[in-house]
Design a protein around this ligand. Structure first.
Ligand code: DC
Length: 231
């Protein structure tokens, strides 16, 4: 039987990690997990419950509710994609909006939130044959992943990609606002105390500033072949 891999894709926000990870999963017939969507869903839950305001975050409130947040990825055959569900509600649209994007870094800094998400992510990973994208997948969630890729691209290109994605999904967006949000998130993600964004020592760097998805797929193809066949 063909060897099933765990593939970890980490990197800066809006680098196209999910697009790349999803394409790899499709090609290999693997499960794709967008771990950022899990942090976004938790953030949405906290915002709705009033745990997040401009001035403060109710840490205790959030922690006490962690076990009441049921996050699932449900396949939508109409678009041939998985969508994020929070307590049985499709929240795929809402978690991509600017309000959730502006609060998600503060929520994902909370130790207990991360511990719970890592636990869920590892449960999903036990079956192997998965591609997971995020910030700490190769460093914390699956330190023994078979393949680790660390993605990066220029801030301008990332802002434009995220902006185009939002517009295409019918979400209101402003390019400069999106750019600022990315810069702030980079700083928060790299400087948080627990699981800061950093490249795992054994991760391969992919700078896709000037690469199409097809070029990225061509690049990763041989790397994956070698991992599967042990060459
Ligand atoms: O990949 P994304 O932009 O959708 O992620 C949203 C936020 O979630 C991002 O600001 C950092 C956080 N995140 C994290 O801390 N750890 C992960 N494994 C994935 C995302």
């Amino acid at each position: 039987m063909e060897k099933k891999l765990i593939i970890a894709i980490d990197g800066y926000s809006s680098c196209g990690k999910s697009t790349f990870a999803r394409a790899i999963a499709k090609e290999l017939n693997y499960i794709f997990i967008d771990s950022g969507a899990m942090y976004r869903a938790v953030t949405l839950y906290c915002m709705r419950r009033g745990f997040v305001s401009e001035e403060s975050i109710d840490r205790n409130g959030i922690i006490s509710e962690l076990n009441n947040m049921n996050i699932e990825f449900v396949y939508n055959p109409d678009i041939a994609e998985y969508e994020t569900f929070l307590n049985s509600e499709n929240v795929e649209q809402e978690i991509r909006g600017i309000e959730v994007s502006s609060n998600v870094s503060s929520i994902s800094k909370i130790h207990e939130v991360r511990a719970r998400m890592v636990e869920l992510q590892r449960q999903i990973g036990v079956f192997k044959g998965i591609v997971m994208d995020g910030r700490d997948i190769g460093t914390v969630v699956f330190p023994d992943a078979d393949l680790k890729i660390f993605m990066t691209a220029s801030v301008e290109v990332r802002a434009k990609r995220r902006y185009d994605e939002m517009i295409s999904k019918g979400i209101k967006a402003n390019l400069e606002e999106v750019r600022k949000n990315i810069v702030v998130r980079d700083i928060t993600d790299e400087n948080r105390d627990i699981s800061p964004l950093r490249r795992a020592d054994d991760a391969i760097v992919l700078d896709n500033t000037r690469m199409t998805v097809a070029e990225q797929m061509a690049w990763v193809h041989d790397i994956i072949e070698k991992k599967i066949n042990g060459r």
